[in-house]
Structures are given as structure tokens and as C-alpha cells.
Design a protein around this ligand. Structure first.
Ligand code: OOG
Ligand code: MG
Length: 261
């Protein structure tokens, strides 16, 4: 499909992943019956988010994926990926989510950046930091639309990199060293994943540097007011109803949500 890109085929596959996400239905991997390149996959992602925007959702940021070794090992994908965050994916801090909205959701502890200035292209960590208004403890709810939560690098990119929800805690000025902060993600008060922000590329700021480059390559610069999710610091954990999920990061605080039927 890559030579002479077939725009209609891209749009049709975008509708397939969009329908699966809206209906919380698992589908076979797209590459099982389509020959796709990574560039095609990002075009499918772009078109699927355009469908959300057509329905009235606003774009609110970007997520990075596979920025930690724990995540790469868990899913068997060893390249960084990214996805688009929209308004409909926002989960309120302390608020509920319903299992009904998802196929087989998982949660992972992350750190989030709130931008106060646009960021685009090749930037230094210092330039990236100067565009940051605040950092917050965060969690991402990932929900692959693919059967058994199994995918190739190309499939997961087409599926908006499994993004389906994100929650951020209170924002903290980025005037502290957040390169190596301990974190604990717990379910009903029992620790499930323990890690450090250093698991994210050695320093989460590096994830923002890469995000700025990916955004430039896509022709969609990071905007002031956007939230950038740095990527899971540990492996993800499957969610079940009746769980109070919390991520506490040393020095910057905690964030939580509850899982209902
Ligand atoms: C893909 C998304 C990866 C992360 O933080 O590494 C990701 C997946 O694991 O389903 O969001
Ligand atoms: Mg993630």
C-alpha cells in the first residue's frame, strides 16, 4: 500500500480501529490481512483520530510508548512509538472508570508534562525543560483493540498505540530533579509495580525530547497547553472492577482512580 498510497484503504482501516475502540470489541491484527508499512500505520492512526475530532473531541496531547525496557520486554516491541491524546480519554483524578468501555484494559504508572510553550523538532533536554509548565504523577489506561492484547509494532501504532485513557494528579513546578524518583503503583493499597522515573529512557525528559522530534516528523508540533505522557515506567497491570488504583511518585504526589463494572 505504501507506493501510491491508497487513501481510501487507510480510511477504511481507520474506521475499523475506531469502531473497535468505540464498541470495546477485539479485532484481529490489521497486518493479518493487509500489507502495511509503519508509515501507513501512522496514517491510519492520524485518520482514526480525525474521526474523533469530527465527532467533536479536541486533541489534548501526545503519549509516548515503549520508552522503558520493562514495557518493551512485556510487549515484545523494541521501538519507541507514540499516539494522540484526545479529550475523551481524560479520566478525572480520583474518579471512576467503567470496565464496559474497554476490551481488556491495563494500567501503567507514568509521569506527565504540561507544556507552556510549543516544542518541535530536534531540541536539547534543556530546551525541552524550558517548555514545561509542570509535571504530575500520572497513569495511562491502555486497551489494545487487538485480540489477546497481542500486536506487532505496525498494528499497535495503527491502534493509536493502545491509548484509551489517562489520568494526571496535581501539577508540580518542574523545579525539582525528577530524573530518578521512586514510584509505587498499588491496587487497593497493595503494591503491584514498583519502579523509578529513571526507567523512562534514563530520564523522563528524554521522552519529551523524542516526542518533539516525532511531532515534527508528523507535521504536528507539540502545543502550549498539551499534556505529554512520558511512557510506562514499569510493566502494565490488568484492571478489574472493584479496584482502587493509585500511583505515588516520590516528591511529586499521587494520582488515583477507581474501576467499576
Ligand atoms: C502499547 C503502548 C505502550 C507505554 O507507555 O509504553 C505504552 C501497549 O503496551 O499496549 O503506552
Ligand atoms: Mg503508556
Amino acid at each position: 500500500m505504501s507506493e501510491n498510497r491508497d487513501i481510501r484503504a487507510i480510511r477504511e482501516l481507520a474506521m475499523v480501529v475506531d469502531d473497535a475502540a468505540r464498541g470495546a470489541r477485539a479485532i484481529p491484527q490489521l497486518t493479518a490481512s493487509n500489507k502495511l508499512t509503519l508509515a501507513d500505520a501512522y496514517e491510519i492512526q492520524r485518520a482514526s483520530i480525525a474521526l474523533r475530532v469530527e465527532r467533536g473531541e479536541k486533541r489534548v496531547g501526545m503519549k509516548m510508548g515503549f520508552t522503558s525496557r520493562a514495557k518493551m520486554v512485556q510487549m515484545g516491541v523494541h521501538d519507541m512509538i507514540w499516539g494522540r491524546l484526545t479529550e475523551g480519554m481524560i479520566v478525572e483524578d480520583g474518579g471512576p472508570i467503567s470496565m464496559q468501555r474497554y476490551v481488556h484494559p491495563r494500567v501503567e504508572p507514568e509521569i506527565a508534562f504540561l507544556l507552556k510553550a510549543p516544542l518541535c523538532g530536534v531540541v536539547t533536554p534543556l530546551q525541552a525543560l524550558s517548555a514545561v509548565e509542570a509535571v504530575a504523577p500520572a497513569m495511562e489506561i491502555i486497551d489494545s483493540r487487538f485480540e489477546n492484547f497481542k500486536f506487532s509494532h505496525i498494528d499497535v501504532v495503527a491502534d493509536n498505540s493502545s491509548s484509551s485513557g489517562f489520568v494526571t494528579g496535581a501539577w508540580h513546578k518542574p523545579d525539582i530533579d525528577f530524573s530518578n524518583l521512586g514510584l509505587v503503583m498499588s491496587f487497593n493499597g497493595v503494591a503491584r509495580q514498583i519502579g523509578t522515573t529513571a526507567a523512562i529512557l534514563g530520564h523522563p525528559l528524554r521522552s519529551l525530547v523524542v516526542a518533539a522530534r516525532f511531532a515534527a516528523e508528523a507535521g504536528e508540533p507539540l502545543e502550549a497547553g498539551w499534556i505529554i505522557m512520558a511512557g510506562g515506567a514499569t510493566a502494565a497491570e490488568p484492571l478489574a472492577a472493584g479496584t482502587w488504583v493509585e500511583n505515588e511518585i516520590q516528591n511529586i504526589g499521587r494520582v488515583a482512580f477507581s474501576v467499576e463494572k
